[in-house]
Design a protein around this ligand. Structure first.
Ligand code: M6R
Length: 612
């Protein structure tokens, strides 16, 4: 995970590199560092923790130089301390790395035997020494870099600079993304185009295996066999402005509050509200050429919150379109390598479009000849480029590590696709389509209404703060939503939380219930409400503290004095998962605020998970 930057420029680059790293901090914030070449000498500044610490270090001890590399780290090998912070040095070489070098132990042994000494516990340091060993053997810097890269196994995006070379950066991509930015008399390298947005919008994305040699006057690319290759120059639309929190205390809260608007934008991309018909469009706004009637099966793959959106989608596709859906987390799917149906389509869901496991699942499905579709928020991501059909979420940049608005926008796209599939497959007639579209049109209004219960939720969150464990229950589409609630609580407040399908409780988990255990139940008044009430009775009988999220009818009918009830607006069934996302997000958010955790950048996490 980690973000990398390189600049060969004609002005002091350390401040520019820090600026670019700010845009990459979503990839990790365990430590950060910059190295530059000044007067032919290599020097670096590194600091444990967030980027502000590096900024402080640079303010105290500025770093000159018109060429340099930078890094923001999500620790894989070695604790998140300064000695493990990148850039890593060898004699004449500095390296920043995103990914994992799988054969680093073997390389470390070999390089130690050659006399190199290691000062960190990282896999990356072996790359620096490997390049240095090539230089010692008489290779030129570029040749030494190639020779080292040839030896690496694993996943990596690299940027390398050399003592005595103030017009040379070597980059390489094998797995994690890497982009070259084209400036005027300056060249840039970065983990994504957004990092380079303050400097240029002319971007060349490296393909897997590509290596780049950057000089002020230009760059050249070769593939893994060192054959010269050309890649298209794309114009990036990434904003150079850094997102800010506005009047909100955290990015997460801002993003929760943006949901009514971005759900509306996203739905408008797929629905003609005037005609009350579905009108699916692709990334560029052209009519989407997808025919669900021809599909025998849909295979959904994603990670984390995006996976849970996919699980809600499974209920919708199967119910509304009678389309069989397989779904798995990408880290299992990629190695399970399941047989895929002929005439099937694979659907990948991702906010970042860069999640390593999800991309590996995509490669597998491509190699099996499947049609590839994706629901993706970052429109310039690897996933968007690798898919045959791209269905964008119009959530805008999501900065908080905990996914909120990306999730509800993914649900909005999935609901639209499932209704369109139902129409195309002949299970939804025109009147039903018009009704469902009218209901979808209400999603922004209902999510806005759901925000009005924030105060009540904040009060209730005191009951969760400090607890050892919390259970979440739901049935049908509220089961994946319960899982999403538990995930949000875990990642933000570090309280252990589990979700179960409410009917599954009695098959084991009920043993956990005692009077210390809060149980959050998501149960709008629907056709299975009474079943869930029975499960709540079972919890109450054992002293569990119930927080019920329901609507006015559910609140009136539940008849349990011991339950704390959060009353939601009375929403149509199709938008229930979208609207009910808000109370579970707010509950996790306020619990975390009470607990004093870092809401926007929780410990051990990164926004974009580019390692497996
Ligand atoms: O960028 P992606 O949507 O592919 O990311 C997938 C997960 O890493 C992500 O949803 C993660 O679970 C969130 N931190 C949850 O809030």
């Amino acid at each position: 995970m980690c973000g990398i930057v390189g600049i060969v420029g004609n002005r002091p680059v350390a401040p520019l590199i820090v600026d670019a790293l700010k845009r990459l901090e979503y990839r990790g914030y365990d430590s950060a560092g910059v190295a530059t070449v000044e007067a032919r000498e290599l020097d670096r500044r590194r600091a444990e923790g967030k980027l502000v610490n590096l900024e402080q270090r640079l303010a105290d001890q500025p770093l000159g130089g018109h060429i340099g590399i930078g890094h923001t780290r999500w620790a894989t090998h070695g604790a998140p301390v300064e000695v493990n912070a990148h850039p890593h040095f060898s004699d004449n070489v500095a390296v920043v790395h995103n990914g994992i070098i799988e054969n680093f132990r073997e390389l470390r042994d070999e390089l130690t035997a050659q006399g190199f000494s290691f000062s960190s516990q990282t896999d990356t340091e072996s790359v620096a020494h490997l390049v240095a060993s090539g230089l010692k053997a008489g290779l030129s810097p570029v040749e030494a870099a190639h020779a080292a890269i040839d030896r690496l196994r694993g996943a990596f995006a690299l940027a390398i600079v050399f003592r005595g070379e103030d017009d040379l950066i070597v980059g390489a991509r094998s797995g994690p993304p890497l982009a070259v930015g084209l400036g005027d008399g300056e060249m840039y390298l970065g983990s994504d185009a957004v990092a380079l947005a303050p400097f240029t919008n002319r971007i060349v994305y490296l393909e897997d295996g590509d290596r780049a040699v950057l000089r002020r006057s230009g760059f050249n690319l070769t593939d893994a066999d060192r054959k010269a290759v050309e890649r298209e120059v794309k114009i990036s639309v990434g904003s150079a402005l850094l997102a800010d929190k506005g009047n909100h205390r955290h990015f997460m809260l801002k993003e929760i509050y943006e949901q009514p608007e971005v759900i509306g934008h996203t739905l408008s991309h797929y629905v003609d509200f005037n005609e009350r018909r579905l009108a699916l469009r692709d990334l560029d706004g052209a009519p989407a050429g997808i025919d669900f009637a021809k599909l025998s099966r849909l295979t959904i793959t994603a990670c984390g919150t995006a996976y849970l959106a996919g699980m809600v989608g499974k209920y919708w596709f199967e119910r509304l379109a009678r389309l069989p859906v397989d779904i798995d987390v990408a880290s299992e799917f990629r190695y399970r390598e399941p047989p895929l149906s002929k005439d099937g389509m694979s659907l990948f869901i991702s906010q970042s479009g860069e999640t390593a496991d999800t991309l590996a699942g995509l490669s597998y499905c491509r190699s099996e000849g499947q049609a590839i579709a994706s629901i993706v928020n970052a429109r310039e991501s690897t996933m968007a480029r690798e898919s045959h059909s791209v269905f964008p979420t119009l959530a805008g940049p999501e900065i908080g590590v905990a996914s909120t608005k990306a999730f509800t926008c993914q649900l909005s796209v999935l609901a639209s696709l499932a209704i369109a599939a139902g129409v195309q497959r002949g299970y939804i007639d025109q009147a039903t389509e018009e009704r469902l579209v009218s209901e979808l049109a209400e999603a922004p209004r209902y999510t806005n209404e759901a925000l009005h219960i924030e105060e009540q939720i904040e009060a209730l969150s005191h009951r969760l703060a400090g607890k050892k464990s919390v259970l979440y229950l739901g049935r049908d589409t509220n089961y994946p939503l319960a899982m999403e609630g538990a995930l949000k609580l875990k990642e933000l407040s570090y309280i252990h939380a589990e979700a179960y399908a409410a009917g599954e409780l009695k098959h084991g988990p009920i043993a956990l219930i005692d009077d210390e255990m809060p149980v959050v139940v998501i149960a709008p008044h629907d056709r299975i409400f009474e079943k869930t009430v029975s499960n709540m009775q079972e919890v109450a009988a054992r002293g569990g503290q119930i927080i019920l999220i329901t609507d006015a009818k559910g609140a009136a009918e539940v008849g349990m004095d011991e339950a704390q009830v959060i009353v939601m607006p009375d929403v149509p069934e199709i938008i229930t998962p979208i609207a009910y996302s808000l109370p579970i997000q707010l509950l996790a958010y306020h619990t975390a605020v009470h607990m004093g955790t870092d809401v926007d950048q929780p410990r051990n996490l990164a926004k974009s998970v580019t390692v497996e």
